[in-house]
Design a protein around this ligand. Structure first.
Ligand SMILES: N[C@@H](CCC(=O)N[C@@H](CS)C(=O)NCC(=O)O)C(=O)O
Length: 350
């Protein structure tokens, strides 16, 4: 009897493993991922119904930037919300979305069926194609365009490994600053959904990071040395970028980065401040004596209707809950509070 059971189990195992492997192999051929070149792709065609269509996610930093930009330009668009694992599932790795962007990332702006990849390219493209009468977000003076682009780049999230590019951009500090919030949000996501990422993501390190954070939980985040190092470096580098922005605003004579001209540079920075709000780390960088010019600038950005239209109106319940959970965890743990208050990286004497 026992021998029959063992034989049955051995047979079941011998059959299941190749079947599972075969299914994965079959499916991964249908979900082929690869890096894409940034910019407008006239050679690619995506079914469309409206001139502009946007594939985006409520929580994604780059999606927010494009939504704010489209709101500023008064451009109507068909909205295609795409879930990321942070907001529930790896819809960005579905066959349907990979046909829009084989890289598996949002946002993707589509103009008359042709995709534009990379959010900094999308805002530039949208600004160049705004309907007549809309406010221009790119100045006419070429030297101001160069300056604008420097500040757009300094707020952009770039490359497969943003952590490696933190010194060049505040946008690249955002994933590190968001780690604790990710950790708070991932608690509600079932493990099998993260597994989809491990099976099909182009950059498997990303789902692996989410898995680690899910298994460790927010309370043990401070014991994960690599995660702590990333958080600390993100705080340090973000401060450097904010110091530069503070100096720029201090020297300027207008409300915005280019003085009186509201530009794509401002569109690019508003999302950085919004993520600080979500990740409950605004006090670490703004308020009081810290970066007063930047703080007033942030308030002006938040007061624009494009902030409500592009960001606030898309608030995701999972993010709201994650922010609250993060606050509660900090309240309960002085060590976590100290880590996220940047105490170990604060200059001596402060
Ligand atoms: N450099 C790209 C960044 C694209 C990107 O990494 N998007 C994130 C959201 S902000 C994403 O789609 N992540 C999903 C994933 O990696 O699974 C851009 O500016 O558009």
């Amino acid at each position: 009897m026992i021998e029959s059971i063992l034989l049955f189990l051995a047979l079941a195992f011998a059959l299941t493993f190749p079947l599972a492997f075969g299914a994965w192999f079959w499916e991964s051929r249908k979900r082929k991922t690869h890096a894409v070149e940034s910019g407008f792709h006239e050679e690619l065609g995506i079914p469309f119904e409206q001139d502009f269509e946007l594939y985006h996610n409520a929580f994604s930093l780059c999606s927010k930037k494009v939504r704010v930009c489209l709101a500023e330009l008064n451009i109507d668009y068909a909205s295609h919300p795409i879930d990321l694992i942070e907001t529930g599932s790896y819809e960005n790795l579905s066959r349907h979305f990979l046909a829009v962007n084989p890289e598996g990332t949002v946002p993707v702006l589509v103009h008359r069926g042709h995709p534009i990849y990379e959010s900094h390219e999308q805002i530039r493209y949208a600004a160049n194609h705004a309907t007549r009468g809309a406010e221009a977000l790119v100045p006419e003076d070429p030297s101001l365009v160069v300056e604008m682009q420097l500040w757009v780049d300094r707020a952009s999230l770039t490359g497969d490994d943003p952590i490696a590019g933190m010194a060049s951009s505040a946008g690249n500090c955002i994933p590190g600053l968001t780690l604790p919030l990710f950790s708070a949000m991932i608690r509600d996501i079932p493990l099998h959904r993260i597994l989809v990422g491990l099976l099909f993501h182009r950059l498997r390190v990303r789902p692996a990071l989410f898995l680690t954070m899910k298994l460790a939980g927010l309370s043990r985040l401070r014991r994960l040395k690599p995660a702590v190092a990333i958080v600390e470096r993100s705080i340090q580098q973000m401060n450097t970028h904010l110091d530069a922005l503070e100096a720029k605003l201090d020297q300027g004579d207008g409300a915005w980065i280019l003085g009186d001209f509201f530009s794509l540079a401002d569109v690019s920075w508003v999302v950085i401040f919004d993520r600080m709000r979500e990740a409950d780390c605004t006090d670490l960088f703004l308020g009081g004596e810290l970066h007063p010019q930047v703080t007033a600038y942030r308030d002006r950005l938040f007061a624009r209707s494009s902030y409500a239209k592009g960001i606030w109106n898309h608030e995701h319940p999972a993010v709201r809950q994650g922010t609250q959970r993060l606050r509660d965890a900090k309240e309960a743990s002085p060590q976590l509070r100290a880590l996220l208050a940047g105490e170990s990286v604060r200059p001596q004497g402060n």
